[in-house]
Ligand binder design. Sequence first.
Ligand SMILES: Cc1ncc(C[n+]2csc(CCOP(=O)(O)OP(=O)(O)O)c2C)c(N)n1
Length: 635
Amino acid sequence: MTPPTAAIPTGTGAAGAAGAAGAAGAALSSDQLLEIYYYLRLTRTLEERLVALYRQSKVIGGLFRSLGQEGESVATAYALERGRNKDILSPLIRNLGSLLVMGAQPVEILRQYMAKADSPTHGRELNVHFNDLEKGYLGQISHLGDMIPVMAGIALTFKLRREPRVGLVYIGDGGTSTGTFHEGLNFAAVQRLPLVVIGEYNHWAYSTPPETQFAVKDLAEKSPGYGIPAVTVDGNDVVAVYEATKFAADRARRGKGVHFIEVKTYRRKGHAEHDDQHYVPKGELDKWAKENDPVDRYVQRLLAADLVGESHLKDIDDRVRDEVDQATDACVDEPLPEAETALPGVLVDPPVADTLWFKALWIDTPISEAAIVGAAAGAAHMGLRPVAEMQFIDFISCAYDMLTNYVATARYRAGLSTPMVVRGPCGGYVRGGPFHSQNPEAAFLHTPGLKIVYPATARDAKGLIKASIRDEDPVLYLEHKWLYRRIKEQLPEGEEVLTPIGEARLAREGKNLSIISYGATVWKSLEAADRLAQEDGLSVEVVDLRTLLPMDDAAIVATVKKTNKVLIVHEDTRTGGIAGEIAARINEQAFEWLDGPIMRVTAHDVPLPYAPTLEDFVLPQTDDIVKAARWLAAY
Ligand SMILES: Cc1ncc(C[n+]2csc(CCOP(=O)(O)OP(=O)(O)O)c2C)c(N)n1
C-alpha cells in the first residue's frame, strides 16, 4: 500500500465552526488520515469479531459495542501525544477505539473479554478495564464518574513535575449525573490541571434518554459552572472531533487548564449485546446508520477530497481482517486462569519501599472527599506518596466508593500500585455528636486491599504514619482526637521511630485475663486493669492491636493461650464491629484454649448522641470494662 501524499487542512468541522478548534490549525497528512481510518476499521471489525465470539459463548460476560460512535473515540485519542510516557487517557466501555489508538493490542482485548489466563488482568477484570500507564491508558472501574478525579490526580502529577503531558477522560451523558463527575471537574478546574474531558452525548444511558437524565439541553452547559470552557462538536465528524481535542490538549499543555468537549453521537447498539433496544423510537437506528455513520462519513470525506483511493482503504480493510483473524486464532483456545491464582496479589510483598526521598507539599482542596481520595489515587499511580486528609474521618463516608472500589482493588484487579494514606481524626468522648465522633473502621475492615492502622500512643502515632507513607499499599490511618494533647511522650531525638504495620503491642502483661483493644479504649482498658489489680488482685493483660487490617492473629492467639479468657473492648458500635471478627478468629484458631466465653464491651448500637449524659452512657467507660472483666474472671 502506497499512501498518497496530500494533506487535509483542518479547521473546517463543527468544532471549527464553534470557534475553538479552528485555532489549532493542525493539518492531517494522508498517512495520518489513513491511520485514523485503520483504527476506525479495526475498532469496528474487532467488535464484530467479539459479537461472533459472544454468540459462541466464548465471551464470558457482557459485550459493549461502540457502533456508531467509534469516530469520537478514535479521533480524541489520535489528537493526543502518544508513545512511552506521553499523554494518558482513561477509556470507558465504549472507547475501544481510543484504547487501540493508544497501543492496546487486539489480542489483549479478545483475551480480556474471554477471561483468559494470559489476558492483561489474568482474568480478574472485564473487557477494556486494563491499563498500561507507559503506553498511556488507565482502565476504568465500573463506577461511573470515578475516573474523573483519578485522572485529575494523574494530571496533577504532570503539573507538579512540570511535564508537558495531558490527561484525557471520557464520561457518558448518564455519567455526568454522578457526584464524582462534578467533584472531579471542580477539583481539576481549581487546580488548573492539564485535563481534557470528553462528554459523550450518545442519546442513551442504558434505556434512559437525556430528558430524564438532566434538565439542560447540552452537556456543554455543565462545565462552565466550574469555570471550564466547553465546546459541542458533531461527534460523528471524525476530523472535527480531532480538531477540537487537539485544540483542547494543546491548550492544556500550555498550562491553560481543563477543557470540556461534548461530542454528539449515537449509541446504535443496546447498552450491551443482550439489550434488545425496545425503548428506541422506531426508525431512529436506521436513520443514524444510513445518514450519520462516522466511518461512512469519514470515507466519503476522504474520497470526495481525492486524498485517498478506494484501493488504499481496501488494503486497510484486508489488513485489519487479517490482524483480527490472527489475534483470534492466537488466543481463542487458551485456558482460563487456574482457580488458585485468584488469591495472591491483593497486597504487595514486600510491603515497604526501600528508601523514599520526600519533598513535602501541601495542597488545599475543595470540600470534595471523593475527589481528594480519587486524585490522591491518580497521583499515587504516578509515583507520588499522597496523604489525603479528612477533616474528620466521619466524612470518609463521602469517599467510601472511591476508597473501597477504586483504591483498594487497584492492585488486585489491575496491577496498579496505589501507595497512599487516608488519615483523619476519629472517635468520641469529645461531645462531637453523631457526625464528628465516628469510628468507621468496621466499614473498611471488609475491604481486601486496604490496610487500617489505629495508634493509641504518641510513639505509634509517629511510627505508624511513617510506616503508612512508606507502605506500597493504601492505608487508612485513624487518629483518635480524644488522645490529642492527652497522651504525651517525649520521643528521643534522632531515633528512627517506625511501627511495623500488622504488629500488635503488649500494653500490659497479665495472666488471669486478656483485654484486646485499640485506640482510646486501650487507655480505658489500662485504667481498668489497674483497678482490677488493686481492688480484686487480678492480673490483666492488655493487647493494643495498633493495626486492624491485616490483623495480628499471632498476638491474639498468644494472649488467649496465656490467660484463657478474653474481653474485647472497642469504642465502635457492637453489631458488625471489629470484636465479632476477633472472636471468630479466636474461635477458629484457639477455641480449645478458652476457659470462658469471649466477651465484648462496646458502644451501644445507636448513633452517638451529643449531650454528655447520653454520650457517656452510650460509649464504653472504664467502669463497664471493670464490670465485664470481673464477671469473666469469676466465670
Ligand atoms: C455510579 C454507577 N451507577 C450505575 C451504574 C450502572 N451502569 C452501567 S452503564 C450505565 C449507563 C451509562 O450511561 P452513559 O454514562 O450515558 O454511558 P453509555 O453507556 O451511554 O456509553 C449504568 C447506569 C454504574 N456503572 N455506575
